[in-house]
Design a protein around this ligand. Structure first.
Ligand SMILES: Cc1cc2nc3c(=O)[nH]c(=O)nc-3n(C[C@H](O)[C@H](O)[C@H](O)COP(=O)(O)OP(=O)(O)OC[C@H]3O[C@@H](n4cnc5c(N)ncnc54)[C@H](O)[C@@H]3O)c2cc1C
Length: 440
């Protein structure tokens, strides 16, 4: 391989992680980048709403301001202050406020439907840089570090580097962690959830007195689950999400499970009248409902192997209960759900784009990817741990079982500091410094 040849990079997966990375890498003329997506289009599933906290917005900006505009254009609801609030969703003290989360810096966050953001990101990249209906099947490492990729559609390609943004059941993760087989597969978090996006007017009618006065996010800490509602789609819809803990065993292929209305009603019973009205909205999906399972990864020993690496959910899938919330002022209670997965994926993409900008030859790739692991591992493990603990706090589980409102407040307070106000510029400088040190 010669220094004047372009470095050929494949990104597998067209979610938030893969698309942010693609945008970042396309800026560098010495790279030839192609994104391979398993689905027939890059659209993202409808899924749940995603909130981006201040760290995620700063990471987007560090890749390019255009990406912040893409988030703004995703029919976002803007988060201001207070950022988040938790409410008691169990007795004693049902309905009493646990905590308002406020922005220390006045920075804003966004809340949007994941698919809308993905569509906006996709608009920013040349369409020919993305190949759909290309599901990665296997990776084979060559002596010079290059990689042969095979796709389930029968095609193959050889690249200098492959980066997996291929989600929680990642193929690239299998390759990267082949010396740590016990860390490859995700495990079931013993949680499932129902989610619906209700037209706002309909929500207002159905919820009656329980309809939120202000367009922000509420999290109700329940008996063995939690209930959340927040606005999406420029305030045109209300997302209602009810998460439930379970002792049932769900198999690795069970991403969803059919539930009937009676099961769902029973799951929401602990939330009293609020549970009933939210149940009415969820019930509008039909007689049988899909409950979705929550999966997470154990903490990976590494995010790279040779010229391959993983980012986003492929690297560190975590419980989605640790991110952000929304605007205004008074009786409003945005949630301490801390879903940091997308935010961490964007930070990964920012660091990877920075490091790839420094690679001059294919031989620099291992150095770049080792540096990526060395700077990202502890931050993302921290986010995984915080998310798991937040899941316990918000759902009355583990060592956080049985807390009253005052104890819940104490448990929640300051849990966002490190995630939201982390010095990302410093993080990037550290990555550059370590790369240069290693490359000397
Ligand atoms: C209920 C819920 C709420 C959440 N809320 C928040 C939140 O508020 N804030 C936050 O930051 N995060 C949140 N998250 C987490 C966030 O949605 C994820 O962390 C993030 O979307 C992960 O993006 P990704 O690109 O890494 O993976 P994915 O979105 O899973 O994308 C992976 C892509 O790879 C493709 N793919 C899969 N296999 C292959 C293959 N073999 N070859 C090629 N392509 C492949 C898939 O089709 C998909 O397009 C939430 C998650 C859930 C479930």
């Amino acid at each position: 391989m010669t220094a004047d040849k372009k470095i050929k990079v494949a990104i597998c997966g067209g979610g938030i992680a893969g698309l942010c990375l693609l945008y970042g890498l396309l800026k560098h003329a010495h790279l030839e980048v192609t994104l391979y997506e398993a689905s027939s289009e890059i659209a993202g599933d409808e899924g749940a709403g995603v909130g981006l906290a201040p760290n995620a917005i700063r990471a987007l900006r560090l890749i390019d301001l255009e990406l912040v505009t893409a988030a703004e254009n995703a029919d976002s609801v803007f988060l201001t202050d207070p950022f988040a609030t938790a409410v008691m969703g169990r007795e004693p003290g049902f309905g009493s406020k646990v905590l308002d989360l406020r922005s220390k810096t006045g920075e804003r966050g966004f809340l949007f439907q994941r698919s809308k953001f993905i569509q906006q990101l996709f608009k920013l990249v040349p369409q020919e840089s993305c190949k759909t209906s290309h599901k990665l099947a296997s990776i084979s490492e060559q002596e010079d570090g290059s990689l042969d990729l095979s796709f389930t559609n029968g095609t193959t390609t050889t690249v200098d580097a492959v980066i997996g943004g291929d989600g929680v059941h990642s193929i690239v993760r299998k390759h990267v962690l082949q010396d740590h087989l016990d860390q490859v597969d995700p495990f079931f978090s013993k949680q499932y959830f129902y989610v619906t996006m209700a037209p706002m007017e309909n929500a207002k009618e159905k919820m009656g007195d329980w309809f939120p006065e202000l367009p922000i996010q509420y999290a109700w800490c329940g008996e063995q689950g939690f209930l959340m509602h927040d606005p999406a789609n420029s305030g045109q819809t209300l997302q209602v999400l009810a998460a439930v803990q379970t002792d049932d065993v769900w198999g690795p292929d069970q991403w969803t499970k059919e539930k009937d209305l009676e099961d769902m009603r029973k799951d929401l019973e602990p939330f009293q009248e609020l549970g009933r009205v939210c149940g009415d909205l969820i019930a509008e999906q039909g007689e049988s409902l899909q409950a979705r399972s929550v999966w997470e990864h154990s903490r990976a020993a590494t995010y790279n192997r040779g010229h391959a690496a993983v980012l986003g959910d492929a690297a560190h899938a975590m419980q989605p209960w640790s991110a952000v919330s929304l605007p205004p002022t008074i009786p409003y209670l945005p949630s301490p759900r801390q879903a940091a997965g997308a935010g961490q994926a964007i930070e990964d993409a920012m660091i990877l784009s920075t490091l790839f900008s420094l690679t001059k030859t294919p031989q620099d790739i291992s150095t770049a990817l080792e540096t990526y692991t060395s700077v990202r591992l502890s931050r993302t493990h921290y986010a995984q741990n915080m998310s798991a603990e937040n899941g316990d706090i918000i759902m009355n589980a583990g060592k956080f079982k049985g807390l009253n409102a005052a104890q819940l407040k104490e448990a929640f307070e300051f849990r966002w500091e490190e995630l939201w106000y982390f010095d990302l510029e410093g993080h990037r400088e550290e990555a550059v410094g370590r790369f240069k040190e290693k490359a000397r």
